[in-house]
Design a protein around this ligand. Structure first.
Ligand code: NDP
Length: 336
């Protein structure tokens, strides 16, 4: 199949730092960019070698492109992705997929009705580390799964301390930003998320926006014929000196992933059981975003599935929105 031709919706940091490169490495062609600002569109196109730029979304959708990558601010994803699907384009949409469950459901339905690929750009489920953990859990290596813990507390880079921190900015806050990613990893591993309890606070002196920048969440998962699983996440924009990790505890052992929740393919998996601690070999040579782009391309070609489908993105959003509601209300929130 010829190279997938991409239109970029959003002159964003993540497109600049990760995804344009990944499109190219995966054999795709980045045709041009849409931005709400003419200056940003022009500068972004020039900086990244894109032949076209526009401030008119319909113009972008009229270009000779197969797919769009939506990486605008979170509250724009739904409208822009829906327009692209209506124009017959496959869509790779940044997380969170939308601002509400209803919007994300409508996106998933629209893609299915049109026979188009809709994927969420969750970069972690496709990681070889997480794929290995899912494989080992499914094989019964640690027995019956009881609990999981995610450490995903990082320091938000200064250049990203904008809309993410505004208390009244739609789509802001650490839960939609990071807890959403955790859910993309935990959901396929642990079963069906049914209830969420979260506490969120504002910690950083530099956080003048007033939005929560640290949160701890507990998620209850259920699976037929198995005990309920408890998962705990620590997500933060404020912690400068901590590693990220995932632990999965079972009746016969524990899996630990060191450096589990980063943007780079690194880290390692360890299995601890009655025999002691063993390192599990995992090939971490490929970039996480390239993995995502290759999987998306295979889905468009009909030879594979996205690393995180639209439905996966919807379920991750459900968990994040439930955590957000719980943090606001102080109550446990059930997920339908
Ligand atoms: P940015 O703030 O870089 O970009 C988001 C939007 O903000 C852009 O589309 C642009 O709007 C506008 N913008 C960018 N720079 C400026 C500026 N200097 N002045 C005014 N407006 C500006 O966001 P991120 O790249 O951090 O995030 C974009 C999306 O990607 C989010 O949905 C986020 O959740 C997701 N994300 C995903 C990651 C992953 O690993 N999967 C990692 C990081 C982010 P316009 O398009 O109109 O130019």
């Amino acid at each position: 199949m010829p190279a997938l031709k991409w239109g970029l919706i959003g002159a964003s940091d993540i497109a600049a730092t990760r995804v344009i490169g990944a499109i190219r490495v995966s054999g795709g062609d980045a045709v041009g960019v849409y931005s709400g600002s003419a200056d940003r569109a022009r500068d972004f196109a020039a900086s990244h070698g894109l032949p076209n730029f526009t401030t008119d979304l319909d113009e972008l959708l009229g270009w000779d492109i197969d797919a769009v990558y939506v990486s605008s601010a979170n509250d724009k994803h739904f409208d822009q992705a829906s327009k692209a699907l209506q124009a017959g384009k496959h869509v790779l949409c940044e997380k969170p997929l939308a601002m509400t469950v209803e919007e994300a459901t409508a996106m998933v339905d629209l893609a299915e009705q049109r026979g188009l690929v809709l994927a969420a750009n969750h970069h972690l489920p496709g990681s070889p580390l997480h794929a290995k953990v899912r494989e080992l859990v499914l094989a019964g290596t640690i027995g019956t799964v009881l609990s999981a813990k995610v450490a995903h507390a990082v320091l938000l880079p200064e250049r990203l301390r904008g809309w993410r921190l505004g208390k009244t900015t739609p789509g802001s806050g650490v839960i939609l930003d990071i807890t959403c990613h955790d859910a993309s990893v935990l959901n396929p591993l642990l079963g069906t998320p049914v209830a969420v309890t979260a506490v969120a606070v504002q910690q950083a002196a530099w956080n003048s926006g007033g939005q929560a920048d640290a949160a701890m969440t507990v998620i209850r998962y259920e699976r037929d014929g198995a005990p309920a699983v408890l998962a705990q996440t620590h997500d933060s924009f404020t912690v400068g000196y901590a590693g990220t990790s995932l632990e999965v505890h079972g009746t016969e052992g524990t899996l630990l992933v060191i450096d589990a929740m980063t943007q780079d393919t690194k880290g390692q998996v360890e299995l601890t059981n009655a025999a002691g601690v063993q390192r599990v070999d995992v090939d971490c040579s490929e970039d996480l975003y390239v993995i995502g782009l290759r999987a998306f391309t295979a889905a468009v070609e009909g030879t594979g599935t996205p690393a995180a489908t639209g439905r996966d993105g919807l379920l991750a959003l459900k968990v994040a929105l439930a955590a957000q509601e719980s943090a606001h209300s102080g109550h446990t929130v059930r997920i339908n």
